[in-house]
Design a protein around this ligand. Structure first.
Ligand code: NAD
Length: 291
């Protein structure tokens, strides 16, 4: 695809269409699975009866089946303790037929999620939540990378920008989203500012950057004043806020309508990083299974 990076900016930004890109990834995965002649499955552990997690799991089952991945859901009761959940993860680690494992959040109150996540065998950890996988990302080793971070990078790369020597601002530095995005950008030889709610004069800093990734969970924080003309803006945020008529709408961390007039490329919410994150999970599953 042609890029606008070498041209002066004139008019509205191009849209990084996460829905379309995710469909391209899925059809590629379907073909890879078919060509491999192997069975690919994802084993997911769901503890308790959290309604949102249940809906998420049901959607995930459908999404997996659409690309030819068998989805095996392991349900544990809300009364399950650390030993029960850890025991199930260790069983899945030991099962040679299982190549991809994930853990639905939240776990019941009082259970140390990070401790359980760190038990998932790194080569089966398709959400990239075991700290060993983040360590591998830093070292540039082949490993499973957190899906949202992969999605953000794929979307930036889709614009055709050469990240080497470019300045990037990652707004938000959580362990599972902001930090891995910053590390992936560093691996592309970009100059990366990892920023957080304590960063002084953040709008001015962002305005010097060629790429802005917004992942802070603050609705429409990134306004047009933050954005250098022609910059690439990727919006990871998913926020439910009251719309003009009082009903709830989903918005990102970027003021889309205003930023669109300044950026060269922008990802929308919904229809941006969200669907691409799902596609990256499926890709991690296929990578883990066919490795
Ligand atoms: P988090 O709350 O764990 O971390 C937020 C980070 O943003 C922190 O580092 C914090 O210091 C920083 N921050 C908060 N306010 C800020 C401000 N005013 N200026 C600069 N930095 C600020 O959140 P998270 O789990 O990393 O999620 C971030 C956003 O991404 C949320 O909107 C979440 O819903 C969304 N998300 C999307 C996906 C996806 O698939 N698209 C996946 C995970 C999270």
């Amino acid at each position: 695809m042609a890029t606008t990076h070498d041209h002066p900016h004139d008019g509205a930004a191009r849209i990084i269409d996460g829905k379309h890109l995710s469909e391209v990834v899925r059809s590629d995965l379907r073909a890879r699975i078919a060509a491999s002649g192997r069975a690919v499955r994802l084993d997911a552990v769901l503890v308790g009866d959290d309604r949102a997690a249940g809906i998420y799991a049901a959607n995930q089952a459908r999404t997996c089946e659409e690309v030819g991945i068998r989805y095996v859901l392991h349900r544990l009761p809300a009364t399950a303790g650390y030993e029960d959940i850890a025991g199930r993860v260790l069983l899945l680690n030991a099962d040679e037929d299982v190549r991809a494992v994930m853990l639905h959040m939240p776990l019941p109150a009082g259970i140390d999620s990070e401790r359980i996540q760190s038990l998932i065998a790194p080569e089966k950890d398709v959400e990239g939540v075991n700290p060993a996988n983040i360590g591998n990302v830093v070292y540039g080793r082949r490993s499973l990378v957190p899906c949202t971070a992969l999605a953000a990078l794929e979307m930036i790369e889709h614009t055709g920008i050469d990240l080497r020597g470019k300045r990037c601002a990652v707004v938000g530095a959580s362990n599972i989203v902001g930090k891995p995005i910053a590390v992936l950008l560093m691996r592309e030889d970009a100059t990366v500012h990892s920023t957080n709610k304590f960063t002084p004069a953040l709008p001015a800093l962002a305005r010097e950057c060629d790429v802005i990734v917004a992942a802070c969970g603050v609705p429409r924080l990134v306004t047009a004043e933050w954005v250098k003309p022609g910059a690439v803006v990727v919006d990871v945020g998913i926020n439910r806020v009251a719309g003009p008529d009082g009903t709830k709408v989903t918005v990102g961390d970027v003021d889309f309508d205003a930023v669109r007039r300044v950026a060269s490329w922008i990802s929308p919410v919904p229809g941006g990083v969200g669907p691409m994150t799902v596609a990256m999970l499926l890709r991690n599953v296929v990578d883990a299974a066919l490795r």
